[in-house]
Structure formats: structure tokens, C-alpha cells
Design a protein around this ligand. Structure first.
Ligand SMILES: NC(=O)C1=CN([C@@H]2O[C@H](COP(=O)(O)OP(=O)(O)OC[C@H]3O[C@@H](n4cnc5c(N)ncnc54)[C@H](O)[C@@H]3O)[C@@H](O)[C@H]2O)C=CC1
Ligand SMILES: O=C(O)C(=O)Cc1ccc(O)cc1
Length: 366
């Protein structure tokens, strides 16, 4: 009998998990879509072996059930599953960005012979939908699991074994501690990015004839990438982690008040100390690229600044089927050679681009 994996919500994360598992020996991957009109799109993308909009059909004989829906939908899905005759030994897991509320819900439900193990692959992007799914998304990323004490070790190991196909590194964490840490390093930065973009948007609209938007190209755009994340996904994450985020935001206010005070009192030494302390702690962060917020892989090339150069390079990479995430010319004036930055989501694509551009005699810097 093949091992059946059911994936509820075949979007960015569900689709990426499906791509990691589909075609592996002895595995069948079935997708569940709550919108029947999405089924064709999911099949066309080839991420699952079969797709259905019937919960029973997807879940009833599954060995593993992955809930890959927005955080606010996890509890309704868990409740519905608890009313179905699931296979004995079935493991239900989820990929939600918060872990305490779903763990509490699972603990309240009666799931005889079935085990719930919360999960959170700490990799993703600001994009959403099955169109953005990739089999490489979780490679070298951390994948948090939050089993309660009554989950048998054997069930935990089975899930860990299955997840080895993602090539992620599994880390076991308490659900509340998870929400505190991920609140600080992922949810708070998303709020700050959105608030910052909206602040600049207001100035742009009222004051300067669109100049803010023009000059915010480049670095500002990069550091606020996560402000383009899906509104529904993030509404659910923030509401689910509300209490922790309220504490974090109060701490954030205190940090900002500190800067207001430094400026009001013209405290140059204090400003230097703030930058030096941040620099020191930041230099101790691991170099590893895949953390709670995904970094892009960048290369730089020298380019003559002539019209059409961006299109030319994009075409040269496109011809090789190399997916470019972003490109930007830095510090260039007319008729002066510039430096172009090319960003990729995968290290392998960056390497291929580097080799191809070198073969076309571009000078490439990593
Ligand atoms: N986006 C990211 O980078 C990451 C997201 N997550 C978590 O993964 C889960 C899925 O997120 P994504 O794959 O990014 O989202 P997505 O929007 O790409 O996919 C969500 C899927 O759930 C389905 N769905 C089912 N019931 C729904 C409902 N009531 N409302 C809306 N959609 C419904 C959608 O049709 C879609 O296929 C979320 O719980 C999120 O917190 C975890 C790690 C990273
Ligand atoms: O866009 C990014 O870099 C992200 O921050 C992706 C992300 C979103 C939600 C998560 O729970 C984990 C990772």
C-alpha cells in the first residue's frame, strides 16, 4: 500500500511541500482545494498526483495530513477532521506561522488513534499561491516541530523521516516559545516594514510630487520587501499572535522613544553607542542565508549604461531559463559604466547566472 499524504491548501507552502514529496518511492500526494475552480490550476502545475474538493476523499485513508491553509482556518479544519473516520496512526501536522493556538485547539479535540504535531517551515517569501511553489523552498531552512508530550516518539520520527525530503533542518521547540521568538524575528519586522512603507506613502501622496517614490528605489525597496506579503495570511498571523505582538510593539515603542530622546538631547555619543551595540550583535548572527526572513542571493556585474542593457541581460538569463528575482543599476550616470545588481531566490540559479554571464565576458562579483 502506498503511503498517502493529503495536503489541504495547495498554495505557496502546500504546493512546495507537495513538490518535495511527489514522485518519491511509495508516496502518493493528494491535494485538497476548498475552491473547485482552483483544481485545474493545481493539476496543471503538476505538484500533486490528484486533487479533490472533498475533505473525506482527501483525508479518510491518509497516513499524513498537512494543513497548509491560513492560520485562521487551521482550527476549523482541525475540527472538521476530528469528525471524520481517519486512518489509525494518521499524523496531522500544519505549517502555520504561529504554533500556540493550533496546539491548544488540537489538545482540546478528541482525535483517537491520530496524532497532531504542529509544524512551521521557516522559509517562504512575500509571494503566494501554487504559482510560486518550489521544490527547493525548504532546502537548508529550519523546520520547527512542536509536538506535545503525549505524541509517541515513533509518530514524531515518522514525520521527521517524511520531512527529510524537504532537505530542511528539523528543530523541536515548545509552541509558546516558538511564538515569542518568531514574533520578534519575523512578525514584528513585517509590521515595521508595512508601517514604514505606509508612512512614506503618506509623504509621497501629500508633499513631494511623487519624489519619495522615485528616490525610494533600490535599498528602501529591498529592506521593505516583506511589506508586499499576502494581506489575508498576515492578518491571521498577527491576530493569532496578538498578545505577544502587543508586548513586542510596546518594547519597539520604547526603542523608538529612546531615539527621540537621543535626538532631542543632541546626544551624539548615545547615537554612536546605539549603532555600535547593534553592529556588534548583528556581526554575531549566523551567516546562514535561510532564516525566518528569506534573503536573496545577489551578484554584481559591470555594465555600460546604455538604453536596453537591463532588457539585454534579462533576455540573456531568460534564454538559459534562469529565474531572476530583481535587477537594479547602482550608482550609474549617463555614459559612465555602472554596476548592476542581480538577485536570485536560489543559490543554484545565482551560480548558473554567474557562469553564464562570465562566459559572455561580463565581469561578475559575488
Ligand atoms: N508565505 C510564507 O512564506 C509562509 C507561510 N507559512 C504559513 O503557511 C500557510 C499557508 O501560507 P501560504 O502557502 O503562504 O499561502 P497561500 O495563499 O499561497 O496558500 C494558502 C492556501 O490555502 C487555501 N485556503 C484554504 N482555505 C482557505 C481560506 N479559508 N481562506 C484562504 N485560503 C484558503 C488557499 O486556496 C491556498 O491554496 C499559512 O498558515 C502561513 O502562515 C509558513 C511559512 C512561510
Ligand atoms: O518573505 C519572507 O522572507 C518571509 O518572511 C517568509 C515567511 C513568511 C512567514 C513565515 O512563517 C516564515 C517565512
Amino acid at each position: 500500500m502506498p503511503i498517502k499524504v493529503a495536503i489541504f491548501g495547495v498554495g505557496l507552502i502546500g504546493g512546495s511541500l507537495a513538490l518535495c514529496l511527489k514522485g518519491k518511492p511509495g508516496l502518493t500526494v493528494v491535494g485538497h482545494s476548498h475552491r473547485p475552480e482552483s483544481q485545474q490550476k493545481i493539476m496543471d502545475r503538476g505538484v500533486v498526483d490528484a486533487v479533490t474538493s472533498s475533505m473525506e476523499e482527501a483525508a479518510c485513508d491518509a497516513d499524513f495530513i498537512f494543513l497548509c491553509v491560513p492560520v485562521g482556518s487551521l482550527e476549523p479544519y482541525l475540527r472538521k477532521l476530528s469528525e471524520l473516520p481517519l486512518k489509525q496512526g494518521c499524523i496531522i501536522t500544519d505549517v502555520g506561522s504561529t504554533k500556540a493556538s493550533v496546539a491548544a485547539c488540537a489538545a482540546m479535540l478528541s482525535l483517537p488513534g491520530v496524532h497532531f504535531i504542529g509544524g512551521h517551515p521557516m522559509a517562504g517569501s512575500e509571494r503566494s499561491g501554487v504559482e510560486a511553489a518550489s521544490s527547493l523552498l525548504f532546502e537548508n531552512a529550519y523546520y520547527v516541530l512542536t509536538p506535545s508530550e503525549d505524541v509517541p516518539e515513533d509518530s514524531y520520527r515518522k514525520l521527521e523521516d517524511l520531512l527529510s525530503y524537504t532537505k530542511a533542518q528539523i528543530v523541536r521547540v515548545d509552541p509558546v516559545l516558538h511564538d515569542e521568538i518568531v514574533g520578534a524575528i519575523s512578525h514584528l519586522p513585517h509590521i515595521i516594514a508595512v508601517a514604514l512603507v505606509n508612512q512614506i506613502r503618506t509623504y509621497n501622496n501629500t508633499d513631494a510630487d511623487g519624489l519619495y517614490r522615485l528616490l525610494a528605489a533600490g535599498g528602501f525597496r529591498d529592506i521593505t520587501r516583506i511589506a508586499s506579503s499576502d494581506p489575508v495570511i498576515w492578518r491571521d498571523i498577527l491576530l493569532s499572535n496578538r498578545d505577544i505582538l502587543l508586548t513586542l510593539l510596546k518594547d519597539w515603542n520604547r526603542e523608538i522613544e529612546g531615539f527621540i530622546h537621543l535626538l532631542e538631547s543632541r546626544d551624539g555619543e548615545g547615537i554612536e553607542a546605539a549603532f555600535a551595540t547593534a553592529n556588534q550583535f548583528r556581526s554575531e548572527l549566523p551567516e546562514r542565508r535561510k532564516g525566518a526572513i528569506t534573503s536573496l542571493y545577489d551578484i554584481y556585474i559591470d555594465v555600460p549604461d546604455h538604453p536596453g542593457i537591463i532588457g539585454q541581460i534579462a533576455t540573456q538569463l531568460g534564454d538559459q531559463h534562469i529565474n531572476l528575482s530583481n535587477m537594479q543599476i547602482i550608482e550609474s550616470r549617463e555614459d559612465v559604466p555602472g554596476v548592476m545588481r542581480l538577485s536570485f531566490r536560489q543559490e543554484s540559479e545565482m551560480e548558473r547566472a554567474k557562469q553564464h554571464l562570465q562566459s559572455l565576458n561580463y565581469k561578475v562579483y559575488v
